[in-house]
Design a binder for this molecule. Structure first.
Ligand code: CO
Length: 373
């Protein structure tokens, strides 16, 4: 498998930071730190901060001494500063590290949704004249476009999820509860090779519960004629898949079969519309038009999709008001749905990657409403 080239990612980051007027980027443990270092740190009471410079300096990392053995896994040059269990050593390590990173008096990007007050205070103490502002845009610009190594991981995350569902389906028959089906699916995800930390708790919704896009598995027992909705995903080395497929127990009511066909067409139209240079919003509008023309516009109550990768929701968001243009390597979901309250809902979700000529679906499970049993 292709190994990520972290030095190349740092070079691209330096360019991205410079282009938005930032001198550096400070990250704490999370998806972006994994993206730029390949190192997995838990977000804990002991702060870990990495600083990358727009000038191309060697990245700086502050971390607890007890985690220092992880540095051996770093596939790039870095300057590490460790602190001990003695709390007084924390600000000392941050002061030395930020001096090496030369951030005082500079504009430093951070991730406002991830960096905690704990890290921010230590950074501010170490560099009192630095300005800490959002660097999200620069990070998103890079992370959105997946390279070959990332795409290989996402393909495998998708394949694992598909195998897990196929292994689960034979056990889903009238009398089974949503909770039991969810337990079986989770077991198969792990057996098929998913990492233990699933991207999200699978949604398994039967009958009227499928009309709730964010249903949680209950003790509801599957009955003849019920729709069966699975929204699930696997984690492969930190990269996620996120799929939805619907089935029916026995014979579906005519209108439920009808909405399943409309959603299938909306999903296909969305996938066909996606391509390089196309505004993200156009994918949403194209899928939505199919649903509206069939008379179900009022029952498609969410955006068409979201970016996917190291996070289950990331840029680019596939919503009607997002005019951001899609580009090769971007990965996101296309998941139109129709939800008839009290009766049932259908959503069909694929994970796609933008290619040179269009969009390729990483997922290929059948999209028709298949009868179980
Ligand atoms: Co999704």
């Amino acid at each position: 498998m292709t190994k990520p080239d972290y030095a190349a990612r740092h070079t691209r980051l330096a360019e991205a930071l410079a282009s938005v007027g930032l001198d550096a980027l400070a990250l704490n443990p999370g998806p972006s730190l994994v993206y730029f270092t390949g190192l997995h740190f838990h977000l804990s009471e002991r702060p870990v901060v990495a600083v990358f410079s727009a000038a191309g300096d060697v990245p700086v990392l502050v971390l607890p001494e007890l985690e220092a053995q992880k540095l051996k896994e770093a596939a790039f040059e870095l300057q590490a500063f460790t602190y001990t269990e003695d709390l007084a050593s924390w600000p000392r390590a941050f002061a030395a590290a930020m001096q090496a990173a030369r951030i005082d008096g500079r504009r430093v990007g951070v991730e406002p949704r991830s960096l905690r007050v704990l890290e921010l205070r230590l950074l501010e103490q170490a560099a009192p004249d630095a300005a800490f502002v959002s660097g999200e845009q620069a990070v998103a610009a890079l992370r959105m476009r997946k390279d070959a190594a990332e795409l290989a991981l996402m393909r495998e995350a998708t394949a694992i999820a598909q195998r897990a569902l196929q292994a689960t389906l034979p056990t889903v028959r009238p009398g089974v509860t949503e909770r039991e089906a969810a337990a079986t699916l989770i077991q198969h995800l792990l057996r098929e090779g998913s990492d233990g930390e699933l991207p999200f708790q699978p949604i398994v919704a039967f009958g009227p519960n499928s009309a709730n896009p964010h249903a949680v598995p209950t003790d509801y027992t599957l009955r003849e004629g019920d729709l069966v909705l699975f929204d699930w995903g696997a984690n492969h080395h930190g990269y996620f898949s996120d799929l939805t497929r619907c089935f029916v127990a026995g014979e579906p009511e005519a209108e439920l079969a009808r909405i399943a066909e409309v959603v299938r067409q909306a999903n296909a139209a969305g996938r066909a519309a996606a391509g390089p240079g196309v505004p993200a919003g156009e994918v949403d509008r194209t899928a939505r038009r199919v649903v509206e023309e069939a008379g179900y516009g009022a029952y498609f109550i969410h955006r068409t999709g979201h970016g996917l990768g190291l996070e289950v929701h990331e840029d680019p968001y596939i919503r009607g008001d997002n005019e951001q243009r899609l580009a090769e390597g971007m990965t996101f979901t296309i998941e139109p749905g129709i939800y008839l309250p009290g009766r049932g809902g259908v959503r069909i979700e694929d994970d796609v990657v933008i290619t040179a000529g269009g969009a390729e679906s990483l997922s290929d499970l059948p999209r028709e409403l298949i009868r179980l049993g």
